[in-house]
Design a binder for this molecule. Structure first.
Ligand code: AP5
Ligand code: MG
Length: 246
């Protein structure tokens, strides 16, 4: 009963979520959760993978550099990623907070972000909600394989489906747009193995970095989608209410 009350409070809370990092392996559910959380908190999802894919589709200079790397499952260089995030975080819709999905992915990116947030806090630009909360979503390897091979995306609204776990009502078509769904170019087993290698070598140290820093939660990504969302919301709410009480 007490647990339910806490959940209700967390879901109704309309304070300042601040910067939220969603960390985890490829296909663990970061994008799926980020989309749910934007609805709960009315703050933007900033997905580095989505921004890069739209640059590839538009044929920009960044897109041309990124395409080959992404298709193989290699990371795009840090300086390009940091600059891309820097531009995005200048937009006013990030003032109450934002959900970073897929960034930072290397310790160099994490250092850059930590410095940016520190400078912002020093300038009291976003005083009441400047500290970040990092959420690591976990799932075992075999289930990640099903997530990646079963993923289908809508080209219009970017909804994410899974033929095994979260299928559309009509096979092959988006529930909302009615558009044919597509499979991402990097959703091959070969590219997935490379992405896992990059994750283990470069991103797991980032997760350890934020674990040490505190304001860190670990969530089981194997639960149904709605339960994972509630667990993330509760974790962030609990950190934010502690900060407000200090
Ligand atoms: P990116 O697009 O970020 O790929 P990723 O990290 O590999 O993550 P995914 O998008 O594959 O998975 P996800 O965790 O979002 O899972 P999803 O919600 O879709 O990056 C792509 C590439 O861009 C990188 O490889 C790199 O080249 C480059 N890049 C991006 N950021 C970079 C950076 N910072 N630095 C350098 N390079 C960068 O869910 C997966 C599936 O599971 C879906 O089918 C979904 O329907 C299903 N699912 C989700 N949750 C559940 C659930 N609870 N139950 C059942 N099914 C579920
Ligand atoms: Mg994603």
């Amino acid at each position: 009963m007490a647990e339910e009350t806490n959940q209700n409070e967390a879901m109704k809370w309309n304070g300042c979520p601040g910067p939220i990092l969603l960390l985890g392996a490829p296909a663990v559910g970061k994008g799926t959760q980020a989309k749910e959380l934007t609805r709960v908190w009315k703050i933007p999802q900033i997905s580095t993978g989505d921004i890069l894919r739209s640059n590839v589709a538009l044929g920009t200079d960044l897109g041309r550099i990124a395409k080959g790397l992404m298709d193989r499952g290699d990371l795009v260089p840090d300086y390009l990623m940091n600059e891309m995030i820097n531009m995005r975080l200048r937009k006013p819709d990030t003032f109450r907070g934002y959900i970073l999905d897929g960034f930072p992915r290397t310790l160099a990116q994490a250092d850059w972000l930590d410095n940016r947030l520190e400078m912002q806090a020093a300038a009291k630009a976003q005083e009441h909600c400047s500290g970040l909360v990092a959420v690591s979503i976990r799932l075992d390897y075999n289930r990640l394989i099903r997530r990646v091979t079963g993923r289908r995306n809508c080209p219009v609204c970017h909804r994410i489906y899974n033929i095994y776990g979260l299928p559309p009502k009509r096979e092959g078509f988006c529930d909302v747009e009615g558009e044919p769904l597509y499979t991402r170019a990097d959703d091959t087993l070969e590219a997935f193995e490379n992405r896992m290698r990059a994750y283990r070598e470069l991103t797991e140290p980032v997760i350890e970095h934020y674990r040490q820093m505190g304001s860190f939660a670990e969530i089981d990504g194997g639960e149904p989608m709605g339960i994972v969302t509630v667990k993330i919301v509760e974790a962030v709410y609990s950190f934010r209410s502690q900060t407000a009480a200090q």
